[in-house]
Design a protein around this ligand. Structure first.
Ligand code: AMP
Length: 446
């Protein structure tokens, strides 16, 4: 099947072909015809499946071929499609894709997110935008300042809706929804379907078509995964050893905390390995710089925390290293999904110390397979070492660990669940408002 067979306009097919894509991915083959029909959609797809083009291409087709006259003939054009994403990086990447695919169409796009000045965004919006990609917090800021008009939205996309809820954006999303015209097409993309997502979908979507493509954790066969058992204080020399002996030139490394990420970059620097960290405490410009230097190969190692890495799109990233195992087993799948994308092969290596054996068990349960283990000569772990509690927060920095590991133990089967308050018999009060979300996530998305 080709993109033309799916019924997309010639200009869109031309732009897609220029990107080097000849065949739609499974999510695209299913989502494109469904969205073209104009109804609502509930799609289960993770990053790496080609979901962005899955909603962008039919959205562009509908906007460019729709008979609807321009609502504002005299003043600036009105925003007709809104895409909400959880993180700044994802917003930037989605808008980059929209721009590339809309190359031959008379449609323009803009991206707005927090962490950067609001004035250039106000200027852009004033100038007129057809497709707006935004993170919820900054969009709300614009709404409150009256610098964005959402009265003419025809298509709404919630991308990575599960992540937006995880990050505490539900109130912001509801405020945005309340400001949209009631008659519109709604597309909700989510990697997982928790009760919260189902509740959001129930309230938002009108008789949606539902599609689900194989989860990454059932399609990760192209990724060569293994663990290296090692003592907790030998992880850094082991990583340096692996990078040097294998000549890894582009490796994405995950740490549990922001502090851990910074410290690792420093240590690698002493070994002559160039690295930079991206996490919520870094300015947007530092993150953008790190990402672009990593992408163009100037930077050998990018060290990231889970949320910062969400949605990073690097074609053919060969190596992912879990320096620390993630607190939430699903994050393992998201992390290794950075490699082996769209058919390329990749390698994901996890450095596992005795403290993390429960996490490893949870991950193996989720991906339904045992990860092969290889002890590296010279880094044999002490078999008598006793596990220590895992440090989930950076020292005095307000945290990097999003959810307590005890939650997993207290609520087996509920990955990442918050632990009950001792003696209360109740779950803890939900994090309210954006400040709690920002605290957990390092202020992402604004
Ligand atoms: P996404 O799931 O949207 O983050 O996309 C994952 C990766 O697949 C990105 O690097 C895209 O550029 C790439 N991609 C998207 N559509 C296709 C396609 N039809 N064929 C090959 N690669 C694609």
């Amino acid at each position: 099947m080709s993109f033309t067979d799916l019924g997309l306009a010639e200009g869109i097919v031309r732009a897609v072909t220029e990107q080097g894509y000849t065949q739609p991915t499974p999510i695209q083959a299913q989502a494109i015809p469904t969205v073209l029909k104009g109804g609502d959609l509930l799609a289960g797809a993770q990053t790496g499946t080609g979901k962005t083009a899955g909603f962008t291409l039919p959205m562009l087709h509908r906007l460019s071929t729709g008979s609807k006259p321009h609502p504002n003939k005299t003043s600036a054009r009105a925003i007709r499609a809104l895409v909400l994403t959880p993180t700044r990086e994802l917003a930037a990447q989605v808008e980059e894709n929209v721009r590339a695919y809309a190359k031959y169409l008379p449609l323009n796009s803009a991206v707005i997110f927090g962490g950067v000045g609001i004035n250039p965004q106000i200027k852009l919006l004033k100038h007129g935008v057809d497709i707006l990609v935004a993170t919820p917090g900054r969009l709300l800021d614009h709404m409150q300042q009256g610098t964005v008009n959402l009265d003419h939205i025809e298509i709404l996309v919630l991308d990575e809706a599960d992540r937006m809820l995880d990050m505490g954006f539900i109130r912001d999303i509801r405020k945005v929804l309340a400001a949209l015209p009631p008659k519109r097409q709604n597309l909700l993309f989510s990697a997982t379907f928790s009760d919260d997502i189902k509740a959001l979908a129930d309230g938002l979507l009108d008789s949606p078509a539902t599609i689900e493509v194989a989860r990454r954790n059932s399609t990760v066969e192209v990724i060569d995964q293994k663990i290296h058992p090692v003592d907790r204080d030998r992880k850094h020399p082991l990583l340096a050893h692996l990078i040097k002996t294998n000549n890894w030139s582009q490796v994405l490394v995950f740490t549990r905390t922001k502090h851990g990420a910074n410290r690792l970059v420093e240590q690698l620097g002493k070994d002559g390995i160039s690295g930079m960290a991206i996490h919520g405490n870094k300015s947007q410009s530092a993150r953008t710089k790190a990402l672009s230097e990593f992408k163009d190969g100037t930077l050998q190692v990018l060290v990231a925390t889970d949320i910062a890495a969400r949605g990073i799109d690097i074609d053919q990233l060969p190596h992912v290293v879990n320096y620390d195992l993630p607190n939430v087993p699903e994050d393992y799948v998201h992390r290794i999904g950075r490699t082996g994308r769209a058919g390329a092969t990749g390698e994901a290596v996890s450095l596992v110390c005795v403290d993390e054996l429960n996490m490893l068990k949870d991950i193996e349960k989720l991906i339904k397979r045992k990860l092969p283990s290889e002890v590296i000569a010279g880094f044999e772990p002490d078999l008598n070492a006793k596990p220590q509690p895992i440090q989930l927060r950076s020292h005095g920095h307000g945290g990097g660990g999003r959810r307590p590991q005890q939650g997993n133990r207290a609520n087996p089967g509920k990955p990442g669940g918050q632990p009950a308050r001792p003696g209360s018999g109740k779950p803890p009060a939900p994090a309210t408002g954006r400040s709690a979300a920002q605290h957990r996530s390092g202020g992402r998305g604004r």
